[in-house]
Design a protein. Structure first.
Length: 223
């Protein structure tokens, strides 16, 4: 099979952002005088969007209060917006992989449950030499992954069939998204979840280094 587009999850796939996310979460928790979480604890909380992250981070009795969750989420967003790229950086091999794909004229896109404002700013700052045809993040009224709607819309805008799309991610949510959209599911092991999660979620390909992908599948420009 020849693949003509590549869509990426963001956190844990393109960039290692967990330290900045954790600092933002713990600043929010400190504001409300809640106990902080470790980096590893927060690593297990991400993947389903900022609201779900906050619900998991705050005490359970507070997570049941929708008004408080909304308030805490707004406060977290302010904390995180100040540090989007303080500690965040691309994983080794990612810039090189993106440049190779770009040289092959393969359309690139991001589909993330991260807030849209954060995804846009981070992509611009961290990958200034890479053109992404679409950057789709969490926006009000739009379904989050693993719902395939946003990912499928990207493929339609790019002009490729689902079976021509390689989708990269580091979590079960990403693999479910790829399966639901009819994409090739590629699990990456350098992210926030263990390889066992990718195996259990039926990743069709698992890679340990970004450049391995060129030995496993063929990318070709859409004519």
């Amino acid at each position: 099979m020849i693949y003509r587009a590549a869509i990426f999850d963001m956190d844990g796939t393109l960039v290692n952002s967990i330290a900045d996310i954790a600092d933002g979460v713990n600043e929010m928790l400190e504001h409300y005088k809640f106990p902080p979480h470790t980096l590893d604890e927060i690593r297990q909380m991400v993947g389903n969007g900022a609201r779900k992250l906050i619900e998991r981070a705050i005490p359970a009795e507070k997570a049941a209060d929708k008004n408080f969750v909304r308030e805490a989420l707004d406060y977290y967003n302010g904390c995180y917006a100040k540090r989007l790229t303080v500690k965040t950086c691309p994983y080794d091999g990612i810039p090189e992989m993106l440049k190779i794909l770009q040289s092959k004229k393969i359309p690139l896109a991001v589909c993330t449950n991260k807030q849209k404002f954060a995804a846009d700013e981070m992509i611009t700052k961290i990958f200034p030499e890479i053109h992404f045809a679409e950057i789709v993040g969490d926006e009000h009224g739009k379904p989050k992954k693993p719902d395939p709607t946003r990912a499928s819309d990207i493929a339609k805008k790019i002009g490729v069939r689902p079976e021509e799309v390689a989708y990269f991610g580091d979590t079960a949510v990403d693999m479910e998204t790829a399966h639901n959209a009819g994409f090739l599911s590629i699990g990456v092991t350098w992210g926030f979840r263990p390889e066992s999660e990718l195996v259990e979620s039926n990743a069709e390909i698992i890679i340990h280094n970004p450049l391995e992908i060129f030995d496993m599948i063929k990318f070709e420009e859409h004519e």
